[in-house]
Design a binder for this molecule. Structure first.
Ligand code: NAP
Ligand code: ZN
Length: 351
């Protein structure tokens, strides 16, 4: 039977025994990414016998409880985060350049993955994520949450939503401001995209299918809100964006957004859409426009993003939920996140 969003139940398991390079920590909060919905529904079509039982969660924030003898950058009591990856080969050119997410032989996902390289437990075992109480991680894949951060519930979503938006803003030269950035799809990722781009000094145009999100989008820093069902509002922003970050979690038309790009503009796909996109040649030829994509971010950049967000007070709006609310929250995301917010599991309620 294919598991669905209502087939959750408590599951007891042991983390692997920590080695000399490992850090053990108590997970206090774990963000709920729309990818959790896709993975629970097995959107990638992985073999169910190794994929389930699945413990989702790749936005973990907690406090260190133990360190191995080689660990240099953490001590007991430090705040710590883990994002979407817990290992990669660390030998290929992508890993060498700080793009572990594009590891030539595949990075090990925090959950729904298989330990391959031996730094996330014995090889050939399934990885299990952050809707849980405790975690063990190799120092190389741990992110330091600065002491100044007093709210781990708000720091947790930075580990995926934050870095997923920071990375393409970095890649497309938005860090120093002065660009016009379109954000499409105003949920967990979209909300972080608005806040990050605005804090970097960019002008933000928020594109949404939900009229109710206009006030919140503007409070987050969007200068313009475009309701995508209104052709007049789309017409008004034609040719205005340097880069568009598209976080929509389902298939949709790209042409209205390609029209919103300036000459040389880039449309960056981030959502895990269930259908292929159609891109007419004329929509990209005239104006030298590109459709590209981006996947989370490497460890060094994730740390950079965490430091940026904590220093500049850039955090998501969160809705903290208990164990018994998990299935309902996943269902709400599946239908459509109705606010610009992230659900975050309070892991002290699990068990
Ligand atoms: P989310 O909170 O559920 O937000 C997705 C937004 O997409 C919704 O709020 C909605 O915004 C819009 N939307 C438009 N049509 C929709 C439809 N038919 N069904 C659902 N949503 C629709 O999701 P998220 O956590 O931000 O994640 C967004 C996507 O990015 C997911 O596919 C996720 O798997 C993917 N993701 C990718 C990466 C990466 O590295 N590339 C990392 C994390 C997540 P409006 O109401 O404003 O239209
Ligand atoms: Zn995610």
């Amino acid at each position: 039977m294919k598991p669905d969003l209502t087939s959750f139940e408590p599951f007891e398991f042991e983390r692997y025994a920590p080695g000399d390079d490992d850090i053990s920590f108590d997970i206090h909060f774990c963000g709920m990414c729309h990818t959790d919905v896709h993975f629970v529904q097995n959107a990638l079509g992985l073999p169910p016998d190794v994929f389930y039982p699945m413990v989702p969660g790749h936005e973990l924030a907690g406090v260190v409880t133990g360190i191995g003898k080689n660990v240099k950058s953490f001590k007991i009591g430090d705040k710590i985060g883990v994002g979407c990856m817990v290992d990669s080969c660390l030998e290929c050119s992508s890993c060498g350049e700080g793009y572990e997410q594009y590891c030539a032989t595949g990075s090990t996902f925090t959950y729904g993955g298989m330990t391959t390289y031996g730094r996330s437990g014995e090889k050939g075992k399934p990885t299990r994520g952050g809707y849980s109480n405790k975690m063990v991680v190799h120092e190389k894949f741990a992110i330091k949450i600065p002491d100044s951060c007093t709210d781990l519930a708000k720091a947790a979503p930075l580990l995926c939503a934050g870095i997923t938006m920071y990375e393409p803003l970095y890649e497309h030269n938005c860090l120093k401001g002065g660009k016009t950035v379109g954000i499409v799809g105003l949920g967990g990722l979209g909300g972080m995209g608005i806040k990050l781009a605005a804090k970097m000094g960019c002008k933000v145009i928020a594109f949404s299918t939900s009229p109710s999100k206009e006030v919140q989008a503007k409070e987050a820093g969007a200068e313009t809100f475009v309701l995508t069902s209104d052709p007049k509002q789309l017409e008004a922003v034609k040719g205005t964006c340097d880069v568009i970050l598209d976080t929509v979690s389902a298939g949709h038309e790209l042409v209205p957004y390609l029209d919103a790009l300036k000459t040389h503009g880039k449309h960056v796909l981030l959502g895990l859409a269930d259908k292929p996109y159609e891109v007419p040649a004329t929509a990209v030829l005239f104006g030298h426009k590109s459709v590209t994509a981006s996947l989370i971010g490497g460890i060094k950049r994730t740390q950079e993003m965490m430091d940026f967000c904590c220093a500049k007070d850039v955090f998501p709006t969160v809705d903290i939920i208990k164990q018994e609310q998990i299935m309902g929250a996943l269902k709400k995301l599946d239908e459509k996140n109705d606010q610009i917010k992230r659900f975050v599991v309070d892991c002290s309620t699990l068990g």
